[in-house]
Design a protein around this ligand. Structure first.
Ligand code: GLU
Ligand code: ZN
Length: 486
């Protein structure tokens, strides 16, 4: 059987981690099975629709490298892939259910439904439609039609018995029909379909074999199964994905940190790192292995390895992944990734000069092993692109030593700094160590004031490399300036 799966978001918001994970598992399943990955726009909610969200959907998937085989822009044999372009089909199939006696017209006014809700709330009785119009006589119906009363089409959910379906992750699921949403609207009076109708009709006609979606859609599934049965169609296989939680056990949301793809992007996260991490949220691949490219994941994915238990989104772990992927970048790639952040912080102009480019090339080896996020590059590299000052002269003084000693140490360093240009780090370290011994201090105490003088901060990339990247002349100037402060 050819596998056909779809990612079917509603363009009513920006793409976020939860959606991306749903898209990813569908994508991986399709690719691992040599199947088809379909993108479908469920844009029936026109009030919350925005063109911007559609664009964001395409951009986000493309950024992650998830390509789709059929979809709104690329077309395909079962299109259109935009629900708002398929309204005639939904109306036709809603009517079909009515004529088959599986759905009915409901003429209730919004006032009546509102009153019903109030009564239910007051009586603390069940909620939902009371099926009033399910039992109208032919004569009553004809009368309402003649008067031109507007109607919606509702699904006839069986009053008794159970609806069963199998979920690939959760196993056999059984719902008492009395607990299923009583007769939900399929087609509104303005001809707009609801999610349930459009979703089922599309999955059928697009020949979807597996529905992989978030667990929050489980309550809709019995309704969908009732509809498939009413139409006499086979329903797709179901696979409801485990929830994604924040560390506090609540559903992942803004409160926990960035969740939208845009935020991750503008904060400089690498797409490969996000994909790698998100794939492991609720799924396992190989024992004892952490790093997977999208292509690896597509090869290794197995639906059987999806977990039942909710997954916890750990920002620290994602940070670790981001760092890992930074280390896989070539120096040129990493320079290109860091550049926009250096520009945004004003350290490099919009048009980098030759000197900027050279300095950046020298800087990358210093940060490659230490960056978790490219957006942190400006903080780590400020001293290379700006003539940093020592904000607080006390920072120049090693613990347990005084200003006079710090001054002496800085003066001594003037003697070995020029050699950094030509000598190896090992040779320099030996030199500095010998000098520190001669001065009766630890190596760290000698290096610390130099680090502060040159980089303006107590934490910096490795000092000799930093001075080499800056140039020894500039370094000497800064050390002299620091000496004057003491
Ligand atoms: N449009 C629904 C959503 O926004 C699709 C749910 C489904 O996959 O059935 O997620
Ligand atoms: Zn009614």
């Amino acid at each position: 059987m050819e596998v056909r799966v779809r990612y079917a978001p509603s363009p009513t918001g920006l793409q976020h981690i939860g959606g991306i994970r749903t898209a990813l598992f569908n994508y991986l399943f399709a690719r691992s099975m040599g199947g088809t990955f379909i993108l479908r726009l469920e844009d029936t909610d026109r009030t919350r629709y925005s063109e911007e969200y559609v664009k964001n959907l395409f951009d986000s998937l493309a950024w992650f490298g998830m390509d789709w085989d059929e979809g709104p822009d690329v077309g395909g044999p079962y299109g259109p892939y935009v629900q708002s372009e398929r309204f005639a089909l939904y109306a036709e199939y809603a009517e079909k259910l009515v004529s088959m006696g599986k759905a009915y017209r409901c003429y209730c006014t919004s006032e009546r439904l509102e009153k019903l809700r109030e009564e239910q709330t007051a009586a603390k009785s069940g909620s939902g439609y009371d099926r009033h119009c399910r039992n109208l006589t032919e004569a009553e119906r004809a009368d309402l039609e003649r008067k031109g009363v507007k109607s919606v089409i509702r699904l006839k959910v069986p009053l008794e018995g159970v609806t069963k379906f199998h979920d690939h992750i959760l196993g056999d699921i059984e719902w008492k029909n009395e607990d299923v949403n009583p007769d939900p609207v399929l087609l509104k009076s303005d001809g707009f379909p609801t999610y349930h109708l459009a979703n089922v009709v599309d999955d059928h006609f697009m020949k979807i074999t597996h529905v992989m979606r978030a667990q929050e859609w489980i309550p809709s599934t019995p309704l969908h199964v009732v509809m498939y049965e009413a139409f006499g169609w086979d329903h797709p296989e179901y696979c409801h994905l485990p929830m994604v939680m924040g560390e506090d056990g609540h559903k992942l949301s803004k409160r926990h940190g960035s969740t939208s793809v845009n935020e991750f992007r503008s904060n400089g996260y690498l797409p490969d790192a996000i994909i790698n991490y998100v794939a492991l949220l609720g799924c396992s691949f190989e024992e004892g292995r952490d790093i997977y490219s999208l292509a690896d994941l597509a090869k290794l994915f197995k639906m059987d390895k999806l977990n039942k238990a909710p997954a916890v989104f750990d920002y620290k772990k994602l940070e670790w992944y981001d760092g890992q992927y930074i280390r896989t970048k070539s120096e040129a790639e990493l320079a290109a990734l860091c550049l926009p952040y250096l520009q945004a912080s004003g350290l490099v102009g919009e048009k980098p000069t030759e000197a900027d480019t050279k300095r950046l090339a020298a800087a990358i080896p210093l940060v490659r092993e230490r960056l978790s996020f490219v957006k942190d590059a400006p903080d780590m590299l400020r001293f290379l692109f700006a003539d940093v000052e020592v904000a607080n002269p006390a920072d120049l003084i090693p613990k347990k030593l005084d200003a006079a000693k710090a001054k002496a140490l800085l003066e001594a360093s003037l003697g070995f700094i020029p050699a950094i240009e030509t000598e190896s780090d090992e040779a320099m370290e030996a030199k500095a160590r010998a000098m520190a011994e001669g001065l009766g201090v630890k190596l760290g105490d000698l290096m610390m004031p130099v680090r502060v003088a040159v980089t303006g901060t107590k934490v910096s990339p490795p000092l000799f490399g930093s001075i080499r990247a800056l140039g020894t002349d500039a370094a000497l100037k800064r050390v002299n300036r620091a000496i004057a402060l003491l």
